[in-house]
Design a protein around this ligand. Structure first.
Ligand code: PMP
Length: 407
C-alpha cells in the first residue's frame, strides 16, 4: 500500500497532535490489526474508509445510523432546519414538536428533555432520580456500560472513590442479587438503572427475563424509587416505544441517544409525571443542546421508523443474517455463538478466549468488504435489504472457510 495509505498517514499525523493517536471506543488499537481508523463517507448501509475501500457496514456508526447513512428524508428535514438556523438564542419550534412526538410514541413518557450524548442522558436520569427521591443510592448492573464520566466510566484513571460512593452493584437478570442490592440501599434507594438488555462488550448478549424486569419494576415502585432504563444503545431498534415494552415493563426514566436522529448528535431523557417536578429542579444544560438541526432530524427519523415499521424490517434482516451465518459455521464445524436481538447481534466463538477465531473471521470478512466487529454489539439498519444480507452471506461463507482453513 505504502504511498496510497492515507489512513496510515493520518494515524502518523494524529500521533503528534492527539493523545495516543485516538481516544475511547473508536481507537483502532481496540481492534485486530488490519482495521482502518479513518472513514470518509457513508451511504445507505455502506461505508468507505480513508483509503477508499468500501464495506457493507454492520456497525452503523456504532448505532446512530438506523435508516441508512444520508437517509434522504432525514437529511432533507435537517437541511430545511439548517437553512433557518441551528443553534440560536433559544430552542427552535422543533423542540416542542419532537417532545410531543416522543410523548406520543413512547408509552412511559409524559415529558422529554434533550441533550447531546448518551452519557448526558444517563447522568441526568440518575440526577433526576436523586432529586425526586431525596436519596442517594443507585443500583447498577456489574459490567454494564452507562457512559464515560467519573460515576460510570469503565476506567478508574482520574476517578475518585467519592465519584462512585453511592453506587451498589447487582447482576443483570439475577433477581436475588437485585433484592440484596435493594436491601443494602435501605432507606437511601434513589433508583435502579438497567440496560435495555445485557450487552457487555465481549460477552454473550442476553435479553432481560420478564421475571427480572417485573421484579425490578416492583422493587422500585415499593421503594418509590426510579426505575431507569438505559436505552441509549438499543433505543428505537427493538421497539419504537422503548426496549422494555418487549417485557411489559415501563420505566420512570429512560435515557436515549444513538439512533434517535439517524446520526445527528442528540440525546434525550423521557420520564413519567412522578419525576416531572424533579426534572425541573436539577440544572442540566449545554451550549449545543437546543440546536434545531438534530431535532428536525430526530422528528424525521422517528416518524419514518414508525410509519415504515422499521423495527420489523431490521428484525427480518437480522434473522436472515443469523440463520445464514449459523448454517455456514455449523457446516464447517466452527462453534459460532450468535446472541442478542437479531438486529443487534454479537458473534462469539466457543472456547475463543484469546479471540483468535473471532478476530480472524472478522479480518477475513473485512478483507472481502464486510465490516463486522469481533466483540462489540453490532447494528443493522433499515437500509440492510435482503439482497445486501445475501451479498454479506456470500462473503461470510468465504470468510468462514478461510478461518476454518487457517485454524
Ligand atoms: N449507555 C449505553 C448503553 C451505551 O451503549 C452508551 C454508548 N455506547 C452510553 C450509555 C453512552 O453514550 P455516549 O457515548 O453517547 O455518551
Amino acid at each position: 500500500d505504502g504511498a496510497n495509505d492515507y489512513d496510515m498517514e493520518l494515524r502518523r499525523r494524529a500521533q503528534a497532535v492527539i493523545p495516543g493517536g485516538m481516544w475511547g471506543h473508536q481507537h483502532v488499537q481496540r481492534l485486530p490489526e488490519g482495521y482502518p481508523q479513518y472513514f470518509t463517507r457513508g451511504k445507505g448501509c455502506r461505508t468507505w474508509d480513508a483509503n477508499g475501500r468500501g464495506y457493507i457496514d454492520y456497525m452503523c456508526a456504532w448505532g446512530p445510523m438506523i435508516l441508512g447513512y444520508q437517509d434522504p428524508d432525514v437529511e432533507a428535514a435537517a437541511a430545511r432546519q439548517r437553512e433557518m438556523g441551528d443553534g440560536l438564542n433559544g430552542p427552535t419550534p422543533a423542540l416542542v414538536d419532537l417532545a410531543e412526538l416522543m410523548v406520543e410514541t413512547i408509552p412511559h413518557a409524559d415529558w422529554a428533555l434533550f441533550s447531546k450524548n448518551g452519557t448526558d442522558a444517563t447522568t441526568a436520569c440518575v440526577t433526576i432520580a436523586r432529586a425526586g427521591t431525596g436519596r442517594r443510592k443507585i443500583l447498577v448492573a456489574r459490567g454494564a456500560y452507562h457512559g464515560a464520566i467519573p460515576w460510570c466510566t469503565p476506567s478508574v484513571a482520574g476517578v475518585t472513590e467519592e465519584d462512585r460512593a453511592h453506587l451498589i452493584q447487582y447482576d443483570y437478570n439475577d433477581i436475588a442479587s437485585l433484592e440484596a442490592a435493594v436491601d443494602q440501599a435501605g432507606q437511601d434507594l434513589a433508583g435502579i438503572i438497567v440496560s435495555a438488555f445485557k450487552h457487555d462488550v465481549g460477552k454473550e448478549h442476553i435479553l432481560p427475563t420478564r421475571a427480572f424486569a417485573a421484579r425490578a419494576r416492583e422493587l422500585a415502585t415499593q421503594a418509590d424509587a426510579a426505575l431507569i432504563v438505559d436505552d441509549v444503545r438499543a433505543g428505537f431498534r427493538l421497539h419504537i416505544g422503548g426496549s422494555w415494552e418487549l417485557v411489559g415493563v415501563r420505566a420512570d426514566l429512560s435515557a436515549w441517544s444513538k439512533a434517535i436522529a439517524n446520526g445527528h448528535a442528540l440525546a434525550a431523557v423521557t420520564g413519567s409525571d412522578r419525576f416531572r417536578k424533579a426534572a425541573t429542579e436539577i440544572y442540566t444544560t449545554g451550549s449545543f443542546w437546543t440546536a434545531g438541526v438534530s431535532m428536525a432530524a430526530a422528528i424525521a427519523t422517528i416518524t419514518k421508523l414508525r410509519d415504515t415499521n422499521g423495527v420489523a424490517h431490521m428484525e427480518a434482516m437480522g434473522l436472515r443474517l443469523r440463520e445464514g451465518l449459523q448454517k455456514q459455521a455449523d457446516s464447517l464445524g466452527l462453534k459460532l455463538r450468535q446472541s442478542g436481538p437479531v438486529q443487534m447481534p454479537v458473534f462469539l466463538f466457543e472456547g475463543d478466549d484469546d479471540r483468535r477465531i473471532g478476530n480472524r473471521f472478522c479480518l477475513e470478512a473485512l478483507a472481502r468488504g464486510v465490516f463486522f466487529h469481533p466483540v462489540h454489539t453490532m447494528f443493522l439498519s433499515t437500509a440492510h435489504t435482503p439482497a445486501i444480507i445475501d451479498e454479506t452471506l456470500e462473503i461470510s461463507a468465504e470468510a468462514l472457510r478461510a478461518t476454518a482453513n487457517a485454524l
